[in-house]
Design a binder for this molecule. Sequence first.
Ligand SMILES: [Zn+2]
Length: 266
Amino acid sequence: MNKKFKRIFKRTLLTVLIIISALVTIILFPQLLFANKIKYKKFNVCSNNKISYDIKIVLDNAMNLVQKSELYDSSYKYNIILCHNSFYNKIDDKLLGIGPAARARLHNVIIKVRINPKSNLAFPTFRKECEVNLTYLLAHEMIHCLQAKKYGIIKFNPFRHPEFWKLEGYPEYISRKPELSSKDYSLTSEIERYVNLENKAADIWIVAKEGGCEFPNYYYKGRLMIEYLIDIKHLSYDQILKDSVSEGTIFKEMINWKNNAGKIEH
Ligand SMILES: [Zn+2]
């Protein structure tokens, strides 16, 4: 009886280990599961649907944004996994939870929602149906890949990472660079806009941008704080990560800057 029990236990353990390693392999190396693939410059695009060549323009534009980052690495290669409606997406949802329109994992930029490369849009459905700029979404996730590349997966992973405003604010800042450097843009009015939105919001979810998508407030707040620290205080992202000053202190400082020196536009 005891022997039989041991044998069943060993078999069960082995089966569980095989299932876990299969899931880990699939999660980390998703390209194996997709029927269609195209290679383009530093990108390997995978999908079960036909891949539109319009994606190349979007990838070029996303790369142009990422090149503006101090984390940019010209040798880094990205797998762009377009997995809307796929088996892979279902596993990803089950293991890591539903919500995000995209994720970054090792070299993989995983786009979980429907996209239209021709109109440069992605269509999240999590809280409601809405639209986001596909170039920004890709650039945002590519920066997450580079954060983990530079600082290590131990410091940047779903379970352990810097505070959210530092984690999400920087990819937001880089992916929105063109908008932030346009001549009718003003950081002080953006800060005011954020404070108004935050005051009106019932919880952390706010509609920060065109397209009607709701995001947790630290995306917008974090982007403004990173923008303030880099463009006004002239810190690098590396210095921001190493700095231990609290989020509250920096936010207060930024509000003071807006109320005083911020009146003299930079
Ligand atoms: Zn992110």
